[in-house]
Design a binder for this molecule. Structure first.
Ligand code: FES
Ligand SMILES: [Fe+2]
Length: 311
């Protein structure tokens, strides 16, 4: 924990793309202080997430081999089943820690925390739409500073040249979700702003929802078209954050909608790149002067972060 809540909140984390984990493949990843391996059995069934270091004598399982539905450790060749149970050991088999893993919208999401309290990703209501991978980006700052920036209403005008058309709203749903809604109009004449301004006659309707802090869903309605970006903020051991994202367009997964999703990715990225310069050497903290709705929201956002459970 720090003064903005858990360093590693209990949450789902996007580790990569499901298509990159073929039958028999193993990939490694780290989130916070957790080293993980993901593998898929030879039959191509559901993928499995295990702690990366073998419970027997600590070897990293990323160098192992998938055998049937089990993972063979490269050091003493012991076999670990998809439930983490070692073969053998008579009546007291060793147990490798395992983690809930979900394929969701083409991504591989691993849950860190008490599995009994894992929120349902389907509550986002975005499954089944056309999506593409937004890639990943490393920032040398904690996840809270990045997510707070994403929810910062006041910076929309200052950094993103967006004029707020109505007073924005903030809503906290239980201990899992916080939602900010706003309507803006692009002001400056960058190419992406011009496109947005042309498409958005009644303004850009935006909703930013954070799930457990370290994941945010930004939904945008421009005219009739609804797009979204789901961003997972994966804490790194260095204290920094790796952001991975999926961009999507509401509608069936057709070739045309996939093309729209790629256009939406370009627009989202050009929007987000405006944050890079200002976030580079930031030493973020909550507002020390409360002057307007943006500051009031930020105080609630900080309190929400502090209420989150640690993984
Ligand atoms: S360290 Fe893995 S089987 Fe011994
Ligand atoms: Fe921003």
């Amino acid at each position: 924990m720090n003064d903005l809540g858990p360093v590693l909140p209990a949450n789902w984390y996007l580790l990569g793309l499901a298509r990159d984990l073929a039958a028999g493949a193993i990939i490694s990843g780290t989130i916070g202080d957790r080293d993980l391996v993901l593998y898929r059995g030879r039959q191509g069934g559901a993928p499995v997430a295990l702690a990366a270091h073998c419970a027997h004598m600590g070897c990293h399982l990323g160098g192992g081999v998938v055998q049937g539905e089990a993972l063979r450790c490269p050091l003493h060749y012991r076999l670990i089943g998809p439930d983490g149970r070692f073969a053998g050991g008579k009546d007291r088999p060793l147990q490798q820690p395992s983690y809930p893993l979900r394929e969701f919208m083409g991504g591989l999401f691993v849950y860190l925390g008490d599995p009994a309290t894992a929120p349902d990703l389907d509550q986002f209501g975005i499954a089944g739409n056309a999506v593409c991978y937004a890639g990943e980006h490393d920032f040398p700052i904690p996840w809270q500073w990045l997510v707070a920036n994403g929810l910062d209403i006041e910076h929309l005008a200052a950094v993103h040249d967006r004029q707020l058309l109505d007073p924005p709203s903030l809503e906290i749903q239980g201990s899992d979700q916080l939602t900010v809604r706003y309507r803006t109009r692009p002001q400056k004449a960058g190419i992406s702003d011009l496109i947005m301004a042309r498409l958005a006659k009644d303004g850009v309707h935006g909703t930013i929802r954070t799930l457990r802090g370290s994941m945010i869903l930004v939904e945008t309605r421009v005219g009739q078209r609804q797009t979204f970006i789901l961003m997972s903020f994966c804490p790194q051991g260095s204290g920094g954050t790796r952001i991975r994202g999926l961009v999507g367009v509401r509608g069936p997964d057709t070739v045309l909608n996939r093309i729209y999703a790629r256009i939406a990715r370009t627009l989202f990225k050009s929007f987000l790149y405006k944050d890079l310069g200002v976030l580079e050497r930031i030493a973020w903290h909550g507002p020390t002067q409360v002057d307007g709705l943006g500051d009031e929201f930020m105080q609630q956002i900080c309190a929400f972060f502090r209420s989150l459970p640690h993984a």
